[in-house]
Unconditional design. Structure first.
Length: 224
């Protein structure tokens, strides 16, 4: 909306030099189904007339508005709806102006990432006396796991998983951090379940992002 404000200000400053009154509208305005949406016109005209060009949109009665330079509308369904607006002065009517109102459901925010909290809960529940050293080793593994993706012998998801497990067993025995590793394995399972899936560039990028996320969560388990 900022470019529109600048254009509006310029129009108002130059209005006294114009031979015919002008009216400007933003190119698009966005809103949600069933909500009131406002569209502001920029003009020196005292009264603005609004016309809905598409079915499915309802304009608030203009005679009930204190300021006709602002239209209030609502639409129950998603879609794009066009409005026309015009004004006039003692020199005559303006050219019509148009705006497209885009009605769409808002995109919900992504769910919160609870991986660090889940790891902390599992860490506290796990038995063992070397947990701190084990989790540091596990974090180091995933911090450097991206290097495995450069191994020319690792061409499938199954080969990647096998390489990770082999490296993990060197650093953390199978009976250590059982709960933490269960949480981590659940995250790794989001990469896919087919061992024969080719390790293409898309999957490599996804795996690298997941490794970094896991390493960070392991380090941050105690708010570090």
């Amino acid at each position: 909306m900022r470019p529109f404000r600048y254009a509006c200000a310029a129009l108002l400053l130059l209005a006294v030099q114009a031979f015919a009154i002008e009216i400007k509208l933003p190119a698009t305005v966005k809103g949600a189904p069933g909500e009131f949406v406002t569209v502001k016109a920029c003009t020196t005209g005292k009264v603005v007339k609004w016309v809905a060009l598409d079915k499915g949109v309802a304009l608030f009665p203009q005679d009930l508005l204190k300021d006709t330079k602002t239209a209030v509308l609502t639409a129950p369904e998603e879609g794009k709806y066009r409005l026309l607006a015009y004004t006039s002065d003692d020199k005559g009517p303006s050219d019509p102006a148009y705006v497209t109102v885009e009605i769409a459901k808002p995109v919900p925010p992504p769910p919160p990432d609870t991986l660090a909290e889940d790891i902390l809960a599992a860490f506290k529940a796990d038995a063992g006396t070397d947990k701190a050293a084990d989790i540091a080793s596990l974090a180091a593994l995933y911090r450097n796991a991206g290097k495995i993706l450069d191994d020319p012998a690792v061409t499938t998801l199954g080969a990647l998983q096998a390489k990770l497990q082999a490296a993990r067993r060197v650093l953390v025995p199978d009976d250590h951090l059982v709960g933490v590793r269960k949480v981590v394995n659940a995250e790794l399972a989001k990469l896919g379940t087919s061992a024969s899936a080719p390790l293409d560039d898309t999957l490599k990028a996804k795996a690298k992002a997941q490794f970094d996320r896991i390493a960070k969560a392991l380090v941050q388990k105690e708010g570090k």
